[in-house]
Each structure stands twice: as structure tokens, then as C-alpha cells.
Ligand binder design. Sequence first.
Ligand code: ZN
Length: 241
Amino acid sequence: MQLTDDEIREILIRQRKQKKRRQRKLRRFVLLIIAVLVIVLAVGIFINRDARINSRGIIFIDAGHGGVDGGSKVGKRLEKEDTLALSLAVRDELESLGFKVCMSRTGDEDVDREERGKIANKKNAQLFLSIHRNQASEGEGVEVYIPSKNDKESRMLGTNVINALAEQGFTKRSVRVGTLITEKDDYVENSVPTMPSSLVEVGFMQNKHDNQLFDGNLENNAKAIALAIEATFDAIYTEEE
Ligand SMILES: [Zn+2]
């Protein structure tokens, strides 16, 4: 079969186009491979970073109340807002100390009281701190409740937290076992977690001095609580190894 010059030219052009298409495909393939490698590398670095945070330990911070449950209310002050503000600040401090922090809520959410301990158990948290504020017409300072079984570790956590806040200027009340009513019962926040736990009442909402200490010294209070948790964690877990 004889081909005309035009036909030969057409064939050559087609062949060149095909070659270019193949080259483009190859280039796209190489780019895809590079992208996959970059993603794999990035995920690897991320997991590594996460593992490093994990290696220090897992702390559960429970911001008391939330959503429809406002907690105590004094004037415009809502307990659920105070507990969240302090809890978030404590989380930041703990993370900067290298801990992984799990929380019952990070916004104004409804969280069942029992659910808080259950989440902590599921997350394998190693220490549990529930943050609240007190309400009574009279009263000043910080109070801590630990589980009725009065275990050494929970007592250590509660004692370290109350001492840390006393150093920030709060009146030191006491570390109490059980509930306000009886030493034999537990607040749900202390009965569900399977790890050492405490519930801290950071000052009274009717007390001006407590509120000043709470609002005006939030970062330092958070740092103090985080350091108290760190000391407790190290005493319980690091020295065992
Ligand atoms: Zn409360």
C-alpha cells in the first residue's frame, strides 16, 4: 500500500501525539506516587507525635455540668461556664506538659453525669478530675471530694490539687470522702471512673474573693492544677516502672 506524503505526515503527527500522551500519563503517575509518599510520611509524623504525647499518659478533665444543666447560678454567673473556662485552660497546660487530655465536653454540651466516667474508662484515662464550683450562702475556698473507698491515689490527687490552689490564694477547706451528705456514698463523677479520681469545687460562686481569684488568676490556677496532676501522675505511674 502506497501512502501519500499527507498520510505519512498524519501518521507521524498521531504517533507524536500518542507519545506525548504517554509521557503525560507517566508524569501524572509519578506525581501521584510522590503525593502518596508525602501523605504517608505526614501521617507517620502525626502518629509519631501522637504517640509521643501518649507516652506521658492520659488525663481526663471533666468540665462540670453543661448544656441544659447550668449547675449553680449566682446572678449572671453560671457554674457550667466557669468550669468549662478553667477546664480548657487546664487541658492546655497539661498538653504543654506532654499529656494527652480527654474531656467530657469542650463546649456548652449536654453530657450525662454517668457518661463522663464511662468515657474516661473507655479512653483508658489514668487520672480523672472533675471541675466544679461551690454554692452556699456562706463559705469560702476550695473543697475536694474523693471516692468513698478512700483510695490512696485519689487522696493524693485531691490533696495535691487543693494544696496547689491554696498556693494561688484560695482558702484551703478540706479533702472530703464521699459526698457532702455521707462518707459512704459517692458523687457519680467519682464512682464511675476506674482510675484515681477527684472532684474539686474551685471556690464559692457567692464569694467575691473566690470569684476574683477565679477570674483574675485563671491561667495560674490552671497551671497549678496541671502541675498537681503531673506530680500525682509521676508518683503513681512513673515510680512504679
Ligand atoms: Zn457543680
